[in-house]
Ligand binder design. Structure first.
Ligand code: FUB
Length: 449
């Protein structure tokens, strides 16, 4: 057995420099992100989130939302996410108040080979554009930009959270919120309203509604929105047979977060035959819910077209290659006792989490690990143990074939321990990891080579 000292800090730095993350939930691992608008463009998923930053004196309002720009992310496999960098910034758009720090939830859509990026923010000139929020547009030839902003915001739109839907007949619609949810047709140029503004009035009248997102499936138009039914937002939906309604309130897509994150904000896409819900929580900021992180989970429908409630997971979506770091703290199942998750370093939460095993038989399962076609002969574990301890890895479950047994040496530092694989797994499998003895072991990640 070979032991190599390696610090998780290095892993974190490398990740930040590459602008790539191999993510489960949350999807973006080196910055805060919120309000994900996911879109399928070509053979990739693009996500256009808000970019939360922490306000300081003189920069935004301390204790409130603070956003100055937008990044775009893409993935071809829902596991590896590439950050394409900043596409729109508050101080590069002539009509935007350059110190507004209010670049809230955006959306993006493609029409005739052009990409239209819609964003709500505060204008400089409140006499012309009104107080509060209005919605601007920036255009690009590619989803990742560069985007050129329009010289003025969209006339007649006062509010936040723009969302655009293009129907099968080519008609585009803009939705937004300002207490209520509003909608109007868009002209083919995608830059001007082409109808009266309609208040979508069949929705709940009590409790804030915002963040509209409309999609169509099998002739049903789903108007989805976060709504405060109780104390914080949950994701709800209403259905209709027309993009402008009338809509019938139908159900809840996702309950209020257990973490207490006051907002939620989402989008729904279909990618390669599977539907997904993108949403946010406050994974990297347990005590401040205006520093959020985007997530995704699978979504499915009942036979009658109603949406099955999505239970948020840490595992998220996508298949993880066995030869990349498998972050088992993003488990798909965990034993009731003896296994828990904590940050690696609470002074830098972006370094991620560790799984702590402290009872014999305590386990986690991490689903959809791709062991490929060629046998991977070595298992590596980045772990720390003050007692030493033995971990077993199996495919499937507790009864599955024993893939490896790793003796983690006593150490107060993170160490990579390598061991030979006993039963060589192939293809996509669940990885089951269990503490064998009455010891304590913390695991950062596992990989196979
Ligand atoms: O991100 C700022 C605001 O919080 C969004 O515009 C709302 O939808 C809520 O998520």
């Amino acid at each position: 057995m070979k032991v190599i000292i390696r610090y998780s800090m290095l892993t974190g730095l490398a990740l930040i420099m590459m602008n790539q993350s191999h993510a489960q939930n949350p999807l973006i691992r080196n910055m805060y992100s919120a309000d994900p608008s996911a879109r399928v463009f070509g053979d990739k998923v693009y996500v256009f989130p808000s970019h939360d930053i922490l306000a300081t004196e003189g920069k935004g309002r301390v204790g409130w939302f603070c956003m100055e720009d937008y990044h775009v992310f893409s993935s071809a496999n829902l596991t590896d996410w590439t950050d394409h960098g900043v596409v729109v910034t508050q101080n590069k758009i002539p009509w935007v108040r350059p110190d507004s720090y209010s670049m809230w939830a955006p959306d993006c859509i493609e029409r005739n080979g052009k990409y239209y990026f819609y964003f709500p923010t505060s204008p400089k000139d409140t006499t012309t554009y009104g107080r509060g929020f209005t919605v601007g547009v920036a255009e690009a030839d590619r989803p990742e930009g560069p985007y050129t902003p329009e010289a003025t915001p969209i006339k007649g739109v006062h509010g936040i959270d723009p969302n655009v839907f293009i129907d099968k007949d080519g008609q585009a619609y803009l939705y937004w919120s300002a207490g209520n949810i509003y909608a109007a047709k868009l002209k083919p140029n995608m830059l001007e309203l082409d109808s009266e503004v309609k208040t979508l009035g069949e929705l709940p009248t009590k409790g804030l509604k915002e963040g509209p997102y409309l999609f169509e499936r099998n002739g049903i138009y789903y108007l989805t929105y976060p709504h405060v039914e109780n104390k914080i937002e949950r994701l709800e939906y209403a259905i209709g047979d027309n993009p402008l309604g009338p809509f019938k309130v139908t159900g809840v897509i996702m309950d209020e977060s257990e973490s207490g994150c006051w907002t939620n904000h989402h989008s729904v896409i279909q990618f390669r035959d599977q539907w997904y819900l993108f949403y946010h929580n406050k994974d990297y900021s347990p005590r401040f819910d205006k520093a959020r992180s985007i997530r995704a989970d699978s979504l499915s429908f009942n036979a009658d077209g109603t949406i099955k409630k999505v239970i948020p997971t840490l595992r998220g979506i996508g298949v993880t290659n066995a030869n990349k770091e498998i972050q088992i703290d993003r488990y798909s199942a965990i034993s009731n006792e003896g296994a828990s998750i904590d940050f690696i370093d609470t002074t830098n939460r972006f370094l991620g989490w560790r799984t702590i095993f402290n009872k014999p038989g305590a386990w986690v399962v991490y689903n959809s690990v791709d062991f490929g076609k060629n046998p991977l002969k070595t298992a590596s574990l980045n772990a720390m143990s003050e007692t030493s301890g033995t971990l077993q890895m199996r495919t499937g479950s507790v009864d599955g074939p024993l893939v490896a047994e790793v003796n983690v040496p006593k150490s107060s530092e993170w160490k990579i321990t390598k061991t030979t694989v006993l039963k060589l797994p192939k293809g996509i499998q669940n990885l089951f990891v269990m503490l064998k003895d009455d010891k304590q072991v913390a695991v950062d990640w596992i990989k196979f080579e």
